[in-house]
Design a protein around this ligand. Structure first.
Ligand SMILES: NC(=O)c1ccc[n+]([C@@H]2O[C@H](COP(=O)([O-])OP(=O)(O)OC[C@H]3O[C@@H](n4cnc5c(N)ncnc54)[C@H](OP(=O)(O)O)[C@@H]3O)[C@@H](O)[C@H]2O)c1
Length: 254
């Protein structure tokens, strides 16, 4: 009963930003839960290698190229994903993201654009393409990977925080509009998770751990439970949620 509730057997999951960190890890989790996983990112050598490793372990997996900032290529990426899986995308794990740390007054226009184009506009365009296809089948699940930075202010992270706050609010609007079309939309708000992205926050590591009630950074596998919950039948009545997975970090200012 418990196994079947969280099972992704027979489902196709498209995971963006799957060449490293959280996306790469969750691809393995979803594959082991029975999904055909399509790993997408710009570094195709990495997604192809990860997909091959999953196939060698007996799972169904493919790698495709995706640059979420290239809106004109997103529909073709979905076509490639569906062709590789031989089935439409049931679950979108909308995870591609970049970070940029600089004091507010020094943030540069090109970098601000890169952050918004990836974390907000890119995520929206990918979700839009998924929703169009899912609506035609009146079924689908979209999981946006936001951040505690979208819930609380973080110094030197103005464009990142604003992009993630936008993604959380976008999740609410999407959930509202898409519920009647059979599509559930939720956001996960991770705290500090040990991935490549954390390297840019190294200088603040001790201070951040001190401000986390559970007194440790998260690991990608701390996201397994919530990612399975939202993608499976276990989460069938959940939509419009933005779930912090952050050791309590968003609760407190000290
Ligand atoms: N680590 C944390 O503490 C933390 C906390 C809260 C939220 N998050 C969020 O979690 C998500 C994953 O981050 P991570 O920690 O796993 O960092 P990561 O290891 O740096 O992964 C980021 C992923 O995003 C992909 N990406 C970046 N730009 C892209 C683009 N234009 N098109 C397609 N893919 C792109 C990268 O792939 P390519 O470079 O190969 O394209 C990479 O696979 C991000 O949205 C991040 O904001 C992370």
């Amino acid at each position: 009963m418990t196994d079947s509730l969280f099972s992704l057997q027979g489902k196709t999951a498209l995971i963006t930003g799957a060449s490293s960190g959280i996306g790469l890890h969750i691809a393995g989790v979803y594959a082991r839960a029975g999904a055909h996983v399509v790993l997408a990112a710009r570094r195709t050598d990495r997604v192809d290698e990860a997909a091959a490793a999953l196939r060698a372990a007996g799972h169904a997996a493919s790698g495709i190229h995706l640059d979420v900032t290239r809106g004109d290529t997103i529909a073709a990426a979905f076509d490639a994903a569906e062709q590789a899986a031989g089935a439409p995308v049931d679950i979108l794990y909308n995870n591609s993201g970049v970070i940029y740390t600089k004091p507010f007054m020094e943030q540069e226009e090109a970098e601000i654009a890169r952050v918004f184009d990836t974390n907000l506009k890119g995520a929206m365009l990918v979700a839009q393409e998924a929703a169009r296809r899912m609506a035609a089948r009146r079924s689908g699940i979209i999981i946006n990977i936001a951040s505690t930075a979208g819930l609380r202010a973080g110094g030197t992270l103005s464009s990142y925080c604003a992009s993630k706050a936008g993604l959380i609010h976008l999740t609410h609007v999407m959930a509202l509009e898409l519920a009647g079309k059979g599509i559930r939309v939720n956001a996960i708000c991770p705290g500090n998770i040990e991935t490549d992205m954390q390297q840019s926050l190294k200088d603040f590591e001790q201070a951040l751990v001190k401000r986390t009630p559970m007194r440790r950074f998260g690991r990608p596998d701390d996201l397994d439970g919530v990612s399975l919950l939202l993608a499976s039948d276990a989460g069938r009545y959940i939509t419009g949620a933005a779930i912090p997975v952050d050791g309590g970090q968003a609760l407190t200012w000290m």
